[in-house]
Design a protein around this ligand. Structure first.
Ligand SMILES: [Zn+2]
Length: 159
């Protein structure tokens, strides 16, 4: 078994929607990022890469590379999953937390779990997404940005 942890945060900017966990959510702001700014998918990528000791998402997909400008982050996750499979592992389960003062994540959690489950090749009950505020403290609390943590367990494919 292998375990991995990932963390990511992005700054909010002008805009009318954000994408979290591969789900488009209407919001008063957008995400400032080289990619689509999906902090949850990025944290999951880093957790997976961490578990197979393959560095991090910035090393695999440099934000100086124009190929990744505005990229749909679920495509990056698909590439990371190919690496995981190539190392002989599959996902056991994933637990994640999104940290945002706004918008409310709860109405979108079911769609996120379903999307992430498909991307990771696991059932929806092997994927947990939690959402919390920081009670208006810090950069997430002031609505300056959104952050996410993810922990993943990998199992050998032949298990
Ligand atoms: Zn990111």
């Amino acid at each position: 078994m292998r375990i991995g942890h990932g963390f990511d945060a992005h700054r909010l900017c002008e805009g009318d929607h954000i994408i979290i966990g591969g789900v488009r959510i209407p919001h008063t702001h957008g995400m400032l990022a080289h990619s689509d700014g999906d902090v949850l998918i990025h944290a999951i990528c880093d957790a997976l890469l961490g578990a197979i000791a393959h560095g991090d998402i910035g090393r695999l997909f440099p934000d100086t590379d124009p190929a990744f400008k505005g990229v749909d982050s679920t495509l990056l996750l698909e590439k990371v999953m190919q690496e995981v499979a190539a190392q002989g592992f599959r996902v056991g389960n994933l637990d994640a937390t999104v940290i945002a003062q706004a918008p409310r994540m709860q109405p979108h959690v079911a769609a996120m779990r379903e999307r992430i489950g498909r991307l990771l090749g696991v059932q929806v009950d092997e994927v947990n997404v939690k959402a919390t505020t920081t009670e208006k403290m810090g950069y997430t609390g002031r609505g300056e940005g959104i952050a996410a943590h993810a922990v993943v367990l990998l199992l050998p494919c032949d298990d």
